[in-house]
Each structure stands twice: as C-alpha cells, then as structure tokens.
Design a protein around this ligand. Structure first.
Ligand SMILES: C[S@@+](CC[C@H](N)C(=O)[O-])C[C@H]1O[C@@H](n2cnc3c(N)ncnc32)[C@H](O)[C@@H]1O
Length: 240
C-alpha cells in the first residue's frame, strides 16, 4: 500500500486513492437492485417516511455518542442520504457509497456536506486503517449473502483499531432471491439469520457492543432487523 497504515488520512482521500471505478453490472442481481433503486428513488423517501417504529435514529445516536467530531465515516449503501448520511455529515468527514445513480442524485441534494461515490459496496476499496466508522443501513441485505463474510473482513481492514461498524442485518432468517414488488419494482434480497451474522462478525474481528433484533412496520408489512454496533478488535500483533 502506498500509505503507511497509520498515516492520518481523511475519508475522501482514503477512498479516492484506490476506489471510484464503476459498479459491476454483469451480475443480474446487481442490475435488478441498481435499476430498481434508480426507478423508485423518490418513492423510497416517501416509503421510509411512512415506516412506523424505525429505530435508525436511536442506533445512529449510539454511534454518534462514541465518535469525536470530524471522524472519518463511510456510509455503505447510503441511498438518498436521508436522514443518516445527512446527520453524520453535519459532524463528520463522510463519504456515501451507493450502486444507484438515482439515489445518489437525491443524496447530493439531501446531504450536501458529504461526498458520494457510485460503486458496488462489495467490490470497493479503501486504504487500510483509515476510517473511524462504517455504517450500512438496510443495504447489506441486497448483497448476495455468500459475499457477506468477505465484505465484513474488508470493512475490518478499513477501520482503525477500535473503529466502529453500525449495521442493519435481516433478522428474518435465510433469504436469497427476487421479490416481485418492493415499492413498485422487482428487488433482490439476500441474508442469513442473526446467529450466522454473529459468527461472520466474530470471524471478521468484531466485538459486538449492541446486538438487538427490532420489529417495525413498513408500508409493505411487518419486518424485523438485527441492529449491530460492533467494534474492530485490536489484531494480535497490536495487543501489548
Ligand atoms: C434500503 S436502501 C437503504 C438506503 C439508506 N441506507 C437508508 O437507510 O435509507 C438500500 C440502498 O443500498 C443500495 N445498494 C444495494 N446494493 C448495493 C451494492 N451492492 N453496492 C452499493 N449500494 C448498494 C441501494 O441502491 C439502496 O440505495
């Protein structure tokens, strides 16, 4: 790597140095996700506004309480950036990543203090040990689950020791397939259940600070997500 691992580098520079290539679109699952979120970009904002019992601000506050102002934060699958990317960018150095151009156009309006990159979060690169926090609100559930272990390992390498990961995972158990109608478009979902999620996080080197399953009511029906706030453990070689 061109930078020493502990060189203090802002998130924009960390990301720009090695990423920014267009998302991979040869995988039909990604095409469905990308095209779907492009098509219903505005409708998605109305949809989340209509959710009852969405705990995202509560968990975002748990993260914010542990971060110093000016922290380097990467928001994976940031969508339209509302409200989480916007709130993070009011205090921190934030880059949002999303596969959908339509979502990113809105995010640029909503969270103008953040910088955005169109990319596939599962094929993204960041300089090692440059981030204070990574967030992924309701996005990993659109990435094929056989890639989740590697994504979590990648995230662990990007975080500084002690860095934080705030993540929404599905709590509904094993899913892998297309849904005909999600906010008016076909959509791909993929997930493990909470037990497997915990194993993957542990193997990637995370300690769970918060691990809660929360139900909420979406316009499409009742749903259940596993919320995790995890901390990157120090590597064996870093322990004294
Ligand atoms: C349910 S929305 C969540 C958006 C936002 N995080 C929020 O909480 O409102 C999922 C977002 O993840 C993005 N996404 C899905 N798969 C992705 C991938 N492989 N790489 C980057 N973004 C992805 C979608 O385009 C969409 O904007």
């Amino acid at each position: 790597m061109p930078f020493p691992a502990r060189h203090p580098v802002g998130v924009r520079r960390a990301v720009r140095a090695v990423a920014g290539y267009p998302p991979s679109v040869e995988d039909v699952r990604r095409v469905v996700v990308q095209a779907g979120y492009d098509r219903m970009a505005r409708e998605y904002l109305d949809y989340i506004a209509a959710i009852e019992g969405d705990p995202r601000l509560r968990f975002l506050a748990e993260l914010q309480n542990r971060l110093r102002p000016g922290s380097t934060v990467l928001d994976l699958g940031c969508g339209a950036g509302e409200p989480c990317t916007r709130l993070l960018a009011q205090e921190h150095d934030v880059v949002g990543v999303d596969i959908s151009d339509g979502q990113l156009r809105l995010a640029q309006e909503m969270a103008s203090h953040a910088r955005f990159v169109q990319a596939d979060l599962a094929h993204f690169q960041v300089l090692p040990e440059t981030l204070d926090a990574v967030t992924a609100f309701y996005s990993l559930t659109h990435v094929p689950r056989d890639e989740h272990a590697r994504v979590l390992l990648d995230v662990a390498t990007w975080l500084k020791p002690g860095g934080l990961l705030l993540l929404t995972l599905s709590a509904r158990g094993e899913t892998d397939g297309m849904q005909d109608d999600f906010i008016g478009v076909p959509m791909y979902f993929s997930s493990y259940g909470p037990d497997t999620n915990r194993v993957l996080l542990d193997r990637a080197g995370f300690e769970l600070l918060i691990d809660k399953v929360v139900e909420m009511h979406e316009p499409g029906g009742q749903s259940s997500f596993q919320w995790v706030l995890a901390q990157r453990k120090a590597l064996q070689s870093e322990r004294v």
